[in-house]
Each structure stands twice: as C-alpha cells, then as structure tokens.
Design a protein around this ligand. Structure first.
Ligand code: KG4
Length: 345
C-alpha cells in the first residue's frame, strides 16, 4: 500500500502544504508573506500568525486539489513543531491536530532544520557520514549525520545567525528585506575593499556573527558621520566574503575529521551564490560529494517536512494530541515529544 504524507509548514513567513506519495511529490504549495513583511524590514511575528490563519485553509485545499488526493487516503499528517515563531507554529500545529482528530490519522512532529537538511533528498539520497551546513535567518549549525535521523551538532553560532547578519547589514545599507538576496546581488558588482574582522576565528566549529555585523554597522555610521561616500556594492561584497569564508574555513575541516562521504547545504542562506560556488571550488580535490539544493528547496516549504515525515512514519514516531509547539526545539532532541499512547491516551 502507498504511503501518503500530508505536510504543513508555518514556522516563519511561508504558509505551505505538500503531499508526498511514496517518493513522488504530488503537490508543494507555498504562500509567501515576504511582500507584507518588507514594509517592516523583517518578519513581524503577530502579522505572520494572522496571515497563516488566513492562508492555511487555502494552501491545504490547493494541495489536495493538485494531488487529487482526499484526506481519507492520507497515511499521516506531518507538521513543523519547531523551531520558529511561536504564534506561527501554533497555526500549523492546530490545523494538523484538527485534521488528525477528524480523519483519525497519526500526527508526526517534524523539526524544521531536519526538513531543510532532508530537502536535499529531492536531489539525491543522503550518504553517511554526512556534514550538513545549516544556514538560515535563525540558525547557523554544523551537523554530522552518521545515519538517517541521527543528528549531532558539532558547532553553532554563539550569537547571531548568519542570515540575521545578512539581514541587519542589508538594513543599514538601505536594502530591502530579505537582505541576503540584495547583498548577494550587489556583491557581484563589488570588490572586497573594506577591511572587516573575523570574529571567533579559532579552531572550534563555533561561530560568532554579531561582531561582524556590528563592525559593518559601526563602519557605515563612521563613514556617514565623516560625510564619506559609501560604496554599497563594495561594502556588501566585503561583508559577504568574510561571512562565507569564515563559514567554510570553519566547516570544511569537519569533512576529514568525521570521514564524511557527503556535504550538504541547507536553509535560506544556502541560496547564496558565492557560498554555492566556493564550496564546490574548495572541495574539488576532496573525495566528497557536494550537494547544492535547488533554489526552491532553500526557502521554507512543506515538501521538506513531508520527506522527514515519511522517515518518521516508518519508525511509527507518532505524537499524542496533547503535543505543543516548541519554538526553540533542539535538533538533537527531535525525538523528544509526547508520543501517542502516552499521556493518558
Ligand atoms: O531558511 P529561511 O527561509 O528562514 C529561516 O528559517 O530563517 O532563511 C531566510 C534567510 C534570511 O536571513 C535571508 O536573508 C537569507 O536566508 N537569504 C540569503 C539569500 N537568500 C536568502 N542569504 C544570503 N544570500 C542569499 N542569496
């Protein structure tokens, strides 16, 4: 019998629903709120939650229509439990719970970052040991996977996420949200002429992007105060080069240390063109497969949640209906949730 996973993603500013039948993605509907949040220069959490409430039914209906699947046929319902914005996560959680209750289906909680990593399986199967470089607006993590659903965080940011630094630097340069896209574009016209620091430039796998972000902000303010012209393209390029070089300088030694067969990029910042070309260039003499996710996989979507949901379905990792969202859920604890059959069920 076919395995049909319906997945819901509402962790930030995309309302998404996907339907995966065995290995075939039948529908992948994403409604983005980016244009609305652009007015505020970043995601406005309360507005994000309200828009998810408006959009969730619409994306569900469209995914079912596209896939020609009825809810009775679905094997299980997967949803993003965390990490993310609490109000936004709650909308997806409640939608998933209601459907499970009404149609008597198992409920599968999925970790958002596991989703970003598994999005790569739409390109090629994961091979282990695998290094996942997880880079988004809220996270910067180096993850070693020795097997499916086996995550070990070997390093992470001690302060800001790399995407957050891209967004804040873009804002001070007067560029629109999401800043990473603009910085990436302008960098192509610039040169790395501004001298910037490389915080936490040690031999650990940990990062610090707050100092780099602050250095750019301070430099811009100083130039403005002195009425000196700022070359925005050069500033964007200088920042991007340090941010990405630092990311790879620290991440790539893990390939040898953990005898990795594969390295995958995951999360919104993996759309960065300099990161994508640099990782290929720097690993070309190494015996390691580099997986670059297609651009549609780098932004939030529910196809990636369905992929993880499908593996968890095999493990019968079903949640109790008492489960709540977890906005700061750690990847290593992705199996820690109230299970079906426990908690008085
Ligand atoms: O994964 P994502 O969609 O949301 C989170 O879960 O955080 O990532 C969004 C982040 C934003 O910080 C955005 O500026 C960044 O990804 N981003 C980029 C690029 N495209 C998006 N950063 C650098 N270069 C890009 N081309």
């Amino acid at each position: 019998m076919s395995k049909i996973i319906l997945a819901i993603e509402t962790s930030c500013d995309e309302t998404a629903c996907a339907i995966l039948k065995d290995d075939k993605l039948l529908a992948n509907v994403v409604s983005t709120q980016i244009e609305i949040h652009q007015k505020y220069g970043g995601v406005f959490p309360e507005i994000a939650s309200r828009l998810h409430v408006e959009n969730i039914g619409v994306v569900l209906e469209e995914a079912l229509k596209k896939s020609q699947i009825s809810l009775e046929d679905v094997s299980a319902i997967a949803f993003t439990r965390g990490p993310g914005l609490i109000g936004a996560l709650h909308v997806g959680l409640q939608a998933a719970k209601s459907l499970c209750l009404y149609y008597n289906k198992p409920l599968i909680p999925v970790h958002h970052l596991a989703g970003h990593i598994y999005a790569n399986e739409y390109v090629t199967p994961l091979k282990f040991p695998c290094l996942a470089i997880v880079v988004s607006g809220g996270n910067t993590e180096l993850v070693i996977m020795k097997d499916h659903l086996n995550f070990e965080i070997i390093g992470e940011t001690k302060d800001d996420a790399i995407g957050e630094a891209f967004d804040k630097v873009a804002r001070v340069l007067g560029l629109p949200y999401p800043g990473g896209v603009s910085i990436d574009r302008l960098s192509k016209e610039g040169k790395p002429t501004y001298l910037l620091p490389r915080p936490l430039n040690d031999h650990s796998y940990n990062y610090s992007y707050s100092g780099l972000k602050t250095a750019v902000i301070n430099l811009v303010h100083k130039l403005e105060t002195n009425h000196q012209e700022i070359n925005v393209n050069d500033m964007a390029c200088s920042f991007q080069k340090v941010a990405i070089d630092l990311l790879l300088d620290k991440a790539l030694p893990a390939l040898d240390e953990y005898h990795c067969k594969q390295v995958v990029l995951a999360g919104g910042v993996s759309a960065n063109s300099y990161l994508r070309s640099e990782i290929v260039r720097r690993t070309k003499n190494q015996d390691v497969e580099v997986i670059i996710p297609p651009l549609w996989c780098t932004t939030d979507n529910a196809a990636m949640i369905a992929k993880v949901g499908s593996y968890l379905y095999e493990k019968k990792a079903f949640a109790s209906l008492s489960i709540s969202s977890d906005p700061s859920w750690r990847l290593e604890h992705f199996m820690d949730f109230p299970k079906k059959g426990e908690n008085h069920e």
